[in-house]
Each structure stands twice: as C-alpha cells, then as structure tokens.
Design a protein around this ligand. Structure first.
Ligand code: ATP
Ligand code: MG
Length: 220
C-alpha cells in the first residue's frame, strides 16, 4: 500500500519560501488506480517526484509497503526506486541510440535480472509492439514511443506506477489508444497506479480521484 502522512514540501523562490504541499494525507490500497487532478501549479508533479524519491519531502512520511521513503539515504532510495517504482512522463525519455527492445531490456539489466530479452520482448508484445522490436525511437511514432516507455516502466513489475500526463503529447485518438492498453495492463497486473492528468475523461476511467488544492489532497 501507499500511505502519505502529513507530507510537506516547500521551494525557495527568490527571497520567499513557497509551501506547495501543506500536509498531504492519504491511503492508497494495493492495485488501486488513482487519478490526481488539480490546477496547473497545484503541485501534482511535485507530489510524483516525492513518491518517486526524486525529491525529498521536508517532513511527514511516505510509506510504500511500510518503507518510509523520507527516511532513506540517497543510495537506498535509488535502489528502492529501481526495484519498486516506475515512472512514465509526458516526454518519452527513450535512449535514441538503442532500439525499442534494447530500451526495455535496459530496465532489467540495471536490476541484474535474467532472461532480459525474453521479458522485454513479452512486455513490448503486450503493448502491441511485436513488430517494432528493432526500431529506433526516431523510426517510431509518438504513440509507439510512449508504448515503449510504458513497456520499459512495467517490465520490472513495479509496486507502483507513476504517470504524469502520459498522453499529453499525443493527439486525442492516439492518446486514447495508448491509454486503453495502459489501463488494460495495470488492471491485469494489479499495479498500484497514480495518474496525474488534466483530462476529465481519463480521470473518470480511474477508480478514485484526488484533487490537489491549496496544498491539500481532497477526495472527489
Ligand atoms: P502542471 O499542471 O502545470 O504540470 P503541477 O501541478 O504539476 O502543474 P508543479 O510542477 O508540481 O505543479 O509545481 C508546483 C509549484 O511548485 C509551482 O509553483 C512551481 O513553480 C513550484 N516548483 C516546482 N518545482 C520547483 C523547484 N524545483 N524549485 C522551485 N519551485 C518549484
Ligand atoms: Mg506537472
């Protein structure tokens, strides 16, 4: 499960300290698919960075299956993230000189897992990319690149998947098709999913919606 207890985060902006997250509380069950909505600047991406351990909360607790991310050292958090948390961004962040298959294999190689080729191939096939294994990112469409990024995220079987506007760069039709397969896979594998989105339609496809507003998370 994913539990937030009184999570706070401020940033220095010029001479002032701005508190973006003012004591977030929530409890997310394993396998739950949650949308985070809220105005631009409300702190949605900041929250995902804290959940990924890419930024540190100022105070509070972030418990992933009882491990408090806020208490881990930099080294511990890097290894915890690699094993447990996957992230999909609006930009695909694929490695240009590696093929689709190699991009996905890399996630597994970092964790020194076995059968990397077989697992990566299976993940790409699940995303409908069995015919694109040896293509480089420059030879793929935007929707295909995002599918590779999703395969790369999910191939390690993370406990938590964080997604920040994953279809934000795609046209509506392509985005919808990518999100169809996204939802299908996270449901099938029962992966706890936190999806940040501006899209009302996407939020409605999640089991639960939380709004970030005035530094607080509100159930809607
Ligand atoms: P959007 O919907 O536009 O993506 P958001 O809800 O994701 O917005 P954040 O990116 O989390 O918003 O930013 C929340 C606030 O925190 C903003 O006021 C932003 O300027 C500030 N902020 C975020 N990161 C930093 C940083 N590294 N340094 C200073 N201020 C920051
Ligand atoms: Mg954002």
């Amino acid at each position: 499960s994913l539990i937030l207890k009184n999570v706070r985060k401020s940033f220095q902006q010029g001479d002032s300290q701005i508190e973006v997250l003012k004591g977030l509380q929530t409890n997310i069950e394993p396998g739950q698919i949650v949308a985070i909505v809220g105005q631009s600047g409300s702190g949605k991406s900041t929250l995902l960075s804290l959940l990924a351990g890419l930024e540190r909360a100022d105070s509070g607790e972030i418990l992933v299956d009882n491990v408090n991310l806020v208490g881990l050292s930099e080294k511990e958090i890097t290894s915890f993230r690699a094993q447990n948390i996957a992230i999909v961004f609006q930009q695909y962040h694929l490695i240009a000189h590696l093929t689709a298959l190699e991009n996905v294999m890399l996630s597994l190689e970092i964790l020194k897992m076995d059968d990397t080729r077989e697992k990566a191939e299976a993940a790409l096939k699940e995303l409908g990319l069995g015919h694109r294994l040896d293509h480089f990112p420059s030879q793929l469409s935007g929707g295909e690149c995002q599918r590779v990024a999703i395969a790369r995220a999910l191939v390690v079987k993370p406990k938590i998947l964080l997604a920040d506007e994953p279809s934000g760069n795609l046209d509506t039709h392509t985005g919808d098709k990518v999100m169809d397969v996204f939802f299908e896979i996270v449901r099938k594998h029962e992966i706890t999913t936190i999806l940040v989105t501006h899209s009302e339609a996407l939020a409605q496809r999640c089991q639960r919606n939380l709004r970030l507003e005035e530094g607080q998370l509100r159930e809607i």
